[in-house]
Design a protein around this ligand. Structure first.
Ligand SMILES: Nc1ncnc2c1ncn2[C@@H]1O[C@H](COP(=O)(O)OP(=O)(O)OP(=O)(O)O)[C@@H](O)[C@H]1O
Ligand SMILES: [Mg+2]
Length: 440
């Protein structure tokens, strides 16, 4: 009796305070929501954003697959028969690809999907924009996981809008520099020993020099020689002059410097041959020559010609760069070449040079042709991702080397910071007297 009456009285008193608490919680959440979301983005996403997004995926999966042509009708003949003979019974639902668990990540979610017979991963790549619209997420990336299975990764917001990753401190591994953050939240590491030569393209003010700043700031504390070729009169690279073993600021100097670099490479080849090793890493530590990283800012300045005399210079520069790219990797000479446009309109040597620069970084581009030149015949969605970069996202780029591609954003290393780092490590600058080629 007592129990019954106490339950009844509790039942009548609960709604009042529960309502008040709920109202306070909801209004508190509404008021503090934006600040909490900014402060604890991962917790916010896991507690609130992800459950809603996962619900959307479950709700929209079947119509989405059907709408994108990824559903397969079951036994079409039977469907007709069931429609005719089945007294109006609904025809069987089409089969949709089987979806695995939706797993949250720190800023999105991933799921694996088993392909139906006759489907290829490209069918899902084409459906990615529709998925991001339906699930109301920033972007969806589809990659082939293993035969018959694709991996769908969605990011709720653009993780590159404000990358949180710390900048590199100290020297780190030789020829390896953390220059920014990848879309996955991991560090963007430029590893010259793995991919020795890089091509960096992008329209004006898209972030090419900022990426070079990050690279130089990372390499400066390492035992490497840095060589600059900046035919914009040295406006970009002269900042690091104290840490550069050589700097060419016009084409005439550049041609002589490149010829000297080719000679240096050939000398190293002789040393390696005499020691019967295939590259400088096979030499004993004491005999190993210092790695040289050659940075070219604005390739077009080297190649564009107005007169006959300039044409010969441009050709000589082009040939020397191609030879460096061909021989350099094994002999410790690495190329990082930046340019706004790197097309065959610059001259015949450019296409051959481009083919030798295996690492590609494509920032915002002014025309689709440049993105195509940089990213080649990679996934068509890599081209789309490069073309979607806006001027506000300076420093954002699509990276490609070997298989696959990813989006990334460089650390914003200002000119002043790069200048300070170069001055701090000026004492580490190796003296390469064979590269001293200033005009007499
Ligand atoms: N990673 C980044 N994060 C934030 N802002 C950036 C980033 N990279 C570049 N920016 C902004 O874009 C501006 C232009 O960048 P940068 O000088 O690197 O362009 P660029 O491609 O070298 O241009 P140009 O072809 O004219 O030399 C920078 O001053 C900076 O404000
Ligand atoms: Mg620049």
């Amino acid at each position: 009796m007592n129990l019954a009456s106490s339950t009844a009285s509790a039942g009548s008193s609960v709604p009042g305070w529960v309502l008040v608490v709920a109202a306070v919680l909801v209004s508190g959440l509404l008021l503090a929501g934006p600040a909490l979301r900014r402060r604890y983005p991962v917790a916010w996403w896991l507690l609130l954003g992800f459950p809603v997004a996962a619900f959307r995926v479950v709700q929209t999966w079947r119509p989405l697959m059907a709408g994108c042509g990824l559903a397969v009708s079951r036994r079409p003949a039977l469907t007709v028969v069931s429609g005719l003979v089945g007294n109006g019974a609904p025809p069987p639902q089409p089969r949709v690809p089987r979806r695995g668990l939706i797993r949250p990540t720190s800023g999105g979610f991933v799921l694996l999907v088993r392909l139906l017979p006759g489907q290829v991963p490209e069918d899902f790549v084409k459906a990615a924009p529709a998925m991001s619209e339906d699930w109301q997420v920033h972007a969806v990336r589809v990659t082939s996981w293993k035969p018959g299975v694709v991996r769908i990764a969605a990011s709720a917001a653009d993780p590159l809008a404000a990358p949180q990753l710390p900048k590199q401190r100290g020297p780190g591994h030789l020829l390896r520099v953390t220059v920014g953050a990848l879309e996955t939240g991991a560090a963007w590491v430029l590893d010259l020993r793995r991919v020795p030569h890089w091509l960096i393209v992008g329209a004006t003010r898209s972030g090419k020099s900022t990426l070079i700043n990050a690279l130089v700031a990372g390499l400066a504390p390492q035992p490497v020689a840095l060589v600059g070729i900046d035919c914009k009169g040295g406006m970009e690279l002269s900042l690091y002059e104290p840490r550069l073993s050589a700097l060419a600021t016009n084409r005439e100097q550049a041609v002589r410097l490149l010829a000297a670099l080719v000679d240096l490479t050939l000398d190293r080849m002789t040393v390696c041959r005499a020691a019967r090793v295939r590259n400088i890493w096979g030499l004993p530590d004491k005999e190993r020559p210092v790695p040289v990283v050659v940075i070219v800012d604005e390739l077009a300045e080297l190649f564009l010609v107005a007169s006959r005399n300039e044409k010969d210079e441009a050709q000589a520069a082009g040939t020397a760069l191609i030879r460096l790219a061909q021989l350099g990797a094994a002999l410790g000479v690495f190329l990082v070449v930046a340019g706004q446009r790197v097309g065959s309109d610059l001259g015949p040597g450019v296409t051959a040079l481009r083919a030798q620069l295996g690492g590609r970084v494509c920032h915002r581009v002014a025309d689709p042709g440049t993105a195509e030149m940089a990213l080649g015949d990679l996934n068509p969605d890599a081209l789309k991702a490069a073309q979607a970069i806006t001027p506000e996202q300076a420093g954002t780029a699509v990276l490609a080397s070997g298989d696959g591609w990813e989006r990334a954003r460089s650390h914003l290393i200002t000119e002043a910071e790069a200048e300070a780092v170069a001055a701090e490590y000026a004492h580490l600058t190796p003296v390469l007297s064979e590269l001293h080629v200033e005009a007499p």
